[in-house]
Write a protein that binds this ligand. Structure first.
Ligand code: ADP
Length: 432
């Protein structure tokens, strides 16, 4: 503000001097011309040029020149001593055209002089002159005033900028002290977007912290159950409560629970890995044929499907998407794995890949147990399971669909779910 004040002040002064100088000069010249015309009239009234003495003012010089160039009258000097004036530009012009003017620089005197000449009815020329220095004198007189005003403006702008800065800082300090409710009582409407951005950031941070907190609580809980069983079975063996014949069974149970723990830890690690690699830069992508992805997954799951009595098959055509093959395989694996796990004996799982509306699309459909409408939105949440015991019995962790969702987001893909209880489920992954 201060610098702007100073800059505009200097610019204004320079501009004003420039403009007024022009106006002032013109005004002065016109004054001299007017005087000259008046004196011309007087010349017609008087008998001798010497009478002009009465009408001439101090700062002006009046000269009368005869057609042969002789000086007949001069208000400033002795006429007899003066050289021939016939060759002066303004005088020559006046003899020729009736008027003449010049601005001449005098080296000896060091300033400019303005001359204005008029032809008289007598045939002589009347010339008026005035030093330009006198004309600009008034300007020099005004200079101290200008400097004082400039200094005043400077002081005022310093004062204002200090006060303004203080009040701005005070308001921001107040906002900072009350950062929790920064969006309330915003002192200026200009600060509103800033306050809202801070609030938005805070909310996101809080949400994130809540999600993390919830996740940690869930993880601890999920780890606790298998560990409790393991320690229970181990204790029974240790204390001898378990009969010799039970030991094998208990060992098997311990192994099962340990396997569950490993699965769980594997999924948790995978999720946190995915959380860290959300940025495009970290994920290495290439053109991947979804058909190949499905083929590989079906190979991996064929034994499991056979065991469960489920028919696993695939339809469609080679379809390429830009993505990470390992992650896409993981996505298809989790979806197919669920379609097998939550199915009925003799059921089917159909994987289809192709284009719909020009967009690559992946459909995993089963005619298994289905998901009722109220659970459909929530199954993608971490640790959410419709039927906990069934999920556990099949080695589920409740994280599979959360991983699927994460991978879909990383691939700019949308997930659509259609499901009917008892009839089956269809999950579509549509790539953008
Ligand atoms: P889980 O490890 O329990 O399978 P997921 O996140 O993969 O965890 O799935 C969450 C829940 O969604 C499952 O527990 C199950 O109740 C339900 N679900 C997932 N896929 C299907 C499906 N194809 N048919 C029926 N229910 C399903």
């Amino acid at each position: 503000m201060f610098f702007m004040g100073i800059i505009s002040l200097v610019l204004t002064i320079v501009m004003a001097i420039w403009v007024f100088y022009g106006v002032f000069e013109k005004q002065q010249k016109e004054d001299i011309q007017l005087h000259c015309r008046l004196l011309k009239k007087i010349c017609q009234e008087i008998d001798s040029y010497d009478e002009l003495d009465r009408y001439v003012e101090d700062e002006m010089r009046v000269t009368i020149i005869s057609p042969d160039g002789n000086v007949l009258y001069d208000s400033g000097a002795d006429e007899g001593q003066m050289e021939n004036h016939g060759d002066r530009t303004e005088v020559e012009e006046a003899f020729e055209h009736g008027v003449g003017e010049t601005l001449r620089h005098s080296d000896t005197l060091g300033y400019d002089t303005y001359y204005y000449a008029l032809l008289l009815d007598t045939g002589d020329v009347l010339r008026l002159s005035m030093d330009v220095d006198t004309m600009y004198q008034s300007y020099n007189n005004a200079l101290p005033g200008i400097i004082i005003v400039a200094a005043l403006v400077m002081i005022i702008s310093i004062l204002f900028s200090v006060l303004l800065t203080k009040s701005l800082v005070k308001n921001k300090k107040k906002m900072a002290e009350n950062i929790e409710d920064i969006d309330k009582d915003v002192p200026y409407k200009e600060l509103k977007p800033f306050a809202l951005a801070v609030k938005d950031y805070q909310t996101k941070k809080e949400q994130h912290a809540n999600i993390r907190h919830e996740f940690t609580a869930n993880v601890s809980h999920e780890l606790k159950t298998p560990l409790t069983s393991i320690s229970g079975y181990a204790e029974m063996i240790e204390t001898g409560i378990a009969k010799e014949s039970d030991i094998k069974v208990f060992a098997g149970k311990i192994r099962l629970e340990a396997g569950r723990l490993l699965n769980l830890i594997g999924d948790i690690l995978r999720l946190s890995e995915l959380d860290e690699t959300t940025s495009e830069l970290v994920i290495q992508k290439e053109n991947v044929d979804l058909m190949e992805v499905i083929k590989n997954t079906i190979n991996l799951l064929s034994f499991k499907a056979e065991e469960a009595g489920i028919n696993l098959y695939m339809t469609g055509e080679p379809t390429f998407v830009y993505g990470n093959a390992r992650m896409l395989e993981e996505l298809v694996y989790n979806l197919c794995d669920n379609a097998i796990k939550y199915n009925k004996k003799g059921g089917f799982v159909r994987c289809h890949v192709g284009r719909n509306d020009g967009k690559p699309e992946l459909i995993i459909r089963d005619n298994g147990i289905g998901i009722s409408t109220e659970h459909q939105d929530r199954v993608f949440e971490r640790f959410y399971r419709v039927d906990k015991s069934r999920s556990k019995a099949t080695g589920g962790t409740g994280l599979g669909l959360a991983i699927v969702k994460h991978i879909a987001i990383n691939h700019n893909a949308k997930i659509r779910m259609k499901s009917a209880l008892g009839k089956g489920t269809e999950i579509r992954v549509i790539f953008g």
